[in-house]
Design a binder for this molecule. Structure first.
Ligand code: XIL
Length: 586
């Protein structure tokens, strides 16, 4: 028997513990059956990117076979961990179009949990049970980029079992649609249970049911980076994954790793949050983050989780279409993973967002108006309650003002159903669920003078007079293109106006276009942070991303682009803005 060491700051609340696993103090003994041997699950390290930093150094064991469900599956979106397997829920995950129609499928991936590394020649067998509709198993060689308006597919293969049909698709990382799709009949009777094996060797994927090979596809790219993550989908009905095993072929071995136990440690002394702690101990430096890069890209993780930031804002993972994709089916796993990741790196979490006109699931967009208030209040209560004690602040209402009229409330589904009263109702429901959470209204375009700001301030003033539980206002401070310059004097005045009515402020989503040059970009960042730092009621500054490597956005013409708006470039080197920010924090 061997031991694995549990990091002292790890969070156990979501972690599933095998019934044979004893946890005592910080040492656990794992003796898991199945292979007639012992399976070891170890604390894993990520390679340090810079000499000034260090990471945890215990390596995952190298094995030639493993029952992967013995690892961490508690964060697989839309799944339910049972004693003897995992139920894959028909959660209908989709990136919904803004008008509520259609959308892009967004099937779940076990990102914060078990995956394998150093996989070249490998066979993966899934015991699929209770099949009553299409059911998919997918191996990802690279994680997709998941935002709330699109999902950028990278390398993966998927096998879907549907009655007597096996369909396989291969995404090559270049196109969004599969580069190859093939179908075969599964011989024999239709069955509720199928053993599906996907193997890769000699530049080929082979797909077998009950050991009988049905499809072969040539490919030497999908798993060539050496990582395999596992994803599942249930189209119409839930199904049960009774076992998932991996075997090295041709004498090859692999590492069985668990992203939920990885931790970056840092020895940098001039990290942004550390500098802020000296200048204004109450001040938080935050960044928006997504789960994929944080657990799959070691150099990104060094910057994002290595001490620069004292808070994480989930960029998309807490938006409604991710957390309640079907009415009443709450899927907090991805958000839970980000919260766990933040806690394990001593970062706070800024909840984003409870009520927003965008990123809403189809069912909600199609709900009759007279049911909307109930759905909104349920969603707020259940979400805030779920994260109670773990989330210090919430963007309760995001972007209440209109893009077009600019100074009136946006005609969202909530506004259409409840009028302006939806805002007070949302804050009251959030406060009822967690009286200790700080409740914010978050908006863009508030940094300049004009009727948008006047009306916004009047609304917040009225809320305070009426004792609606609002604690603060988030200034998004997006600087998307030239002409978007933020005047720090005006911003500071607005922050002071909030102080005068007893309301806090924060900069919640600051990012700055780079076409004006890196010095201009640095100056813009510096000015916004300076305005906030100067006012005692302005309590934090958050930037809307960490590295240009993941600065994906959807352009007005619908195309997906990458920008250069963030503090670290696409090679994870600091842009000039980092120095500018360091210098004002010193
Ligand atoms: C953006 C995300 O960054 C993108 O990934 C997503 O595709 C669209 O939403 N204001 C907000 C954020 O409050 O939620 C938005 O985030 C950026 C603008």
């Amino acid at each position: 028997m061997q031991l694995f060491r549990q990091p002292s700051n790890s969070i156990h609340n979501k972690g599933w513990v095998h019934k044979n696993t004893l946890i005592s103090g910080t040492i656990a003994v794992a003796a898991l059956g199945g292979l007639g041997g012992i399976f070891f699950w170890r604390h894993h390290s990520t390679t340090p990117a810079a000499p000034a930093t260090a990471s945890v150094s215990v390596q995952a064991d190298t094995v030639n076979n493993a029952h992967l469900l013995d690892g961490q599956w508690g964060y697989l979106p839309g799944s339910f961990r049972e004693n003897d397997g995992v139920t894959i829920r028909a959660a209908q995950f989709a990136i919904v179009n803004q008008d509520g129609t259609g959308g892009q499928p967004n099937p779940a991936i076990n990102i914060y949990g078990t995956h394998i590394e150093a996989a070249s020649d490998i066979a993966v067998t899934a015991k699929m049970q209770n099949l009553h509709g299409p059911a998919s198993v997918r191996l990802y060689g690279q994680l997709p980029v998941i935002a709330d308006e699109f999902r950028v597919e990278r390398k993966s293969v998927q096998a879907t079992v549907d009655g007597s049909k096996l369909t396989v698709s291969l995404w090559d990382g270049k196109k969004q649609d599969p580069a190859t799709t093939q179908q075969a009949d599964i011989p024999g009777d239709v069955s509720d249970n199928r053993d599906l094996t996907i193997s890769h060797q000699n530049g080929k994927f082979q797909f077998a049911i009950a050991g009988q090979q049905l499809i072969e596809i040539s490919d030497s790219k999908v798993v060539s980076d050496g990582n395999v993550w596992f994803g599942f989908d249930a189209t119409n009905t839930d199904w049960f994954l009774a076992d998932l095993s991996a075997t090295g072929l041709n004498g090859k071995t692999f590492k069985n790793v668990d992203a939920s136990t990885e931790a970056i440690t840092s020895t940098i002394t001039d990290a942004l949050q550390q500098l802020a702690n000296k200048k204004r101990p109450d001040f938080t430096i935050g960044a928006a983050m997504a789960l994929g890069p944080a657990v799959s890209d070691a150099s990104y993780a060094q910057v994002a989780l290595g001490g620069q930031f004292g808070a994480v804002t989930p960029e998309n993972a807490m938006k409604w279409q991710f957390t309640e994709p079907v009415r009443g089916l709450y899927t907090f796993q991805e958000a839970d993973a980000l919260v766990s990741l933040a806690q394990r790196h001593n970062m706070k979490v800024q909840g984003h967002t409870l009520v927003f006109g965008e990123a809403n699931p189809t069912w909600l967009q199609q709900l009759p108006a007279d049911q909307l208030e109930q759905a909104m209040v349920d969603h707020i209560r259940i979400t805030v309650d779920h994260f109670k004690g773990k989330i210090a602040s919430w963007d309760v209402v995001n972007e209440p003002f209109d893009d077009d009229s600019w100074d009136e409330l946006r005609p969202t589904i909530f506004y259409k159903a409840m009028g302006a009263s939806y805002i007070n109702k949302a804050f009251i429901a959030a406060h009822d669920a967690d009286p200790n959470a700080q409740l914010f209204m978050n908006e863009y375009g508030l940094e300049e003078d004009g009727s948008r700001w006047d009306n916004f301030l009047a609304m917040v003033t009225k809320m305070k007079q009426d004792n609606v539980p609002i604690d603060g206002v988030g200034f998004q401070a997006h600087v998307y293109e030239s002409g978007d310059k933020i005047n720090p004097t005006v911003l500071r005045k607005h922050i002071q106006q909030l102080a005068a009515i007893g309301v806090k402020a924060r900069i919640s989503e600051n990012d700055v276009y780079s076409e004006g040059g890196s010095t201009n970009q640095a100056n813009e960042y510096r000015d916004v942070l300076n305005a906030c730092l100067a006012e005692p009621n302005c309590i934090s500054w958050t930037t809307w991303g960490v590295s240009d490597k993941y600065d994906y956005f959807k352009d007005d013409d619908g195309s997906i682009q990458t920008g250069e708006d963030f503090l670290w470039n696409d090679k994870l080197q600091p842009n000039k803005a980092v120095q500018a920010i360091q210098s004002i924090l010193r």
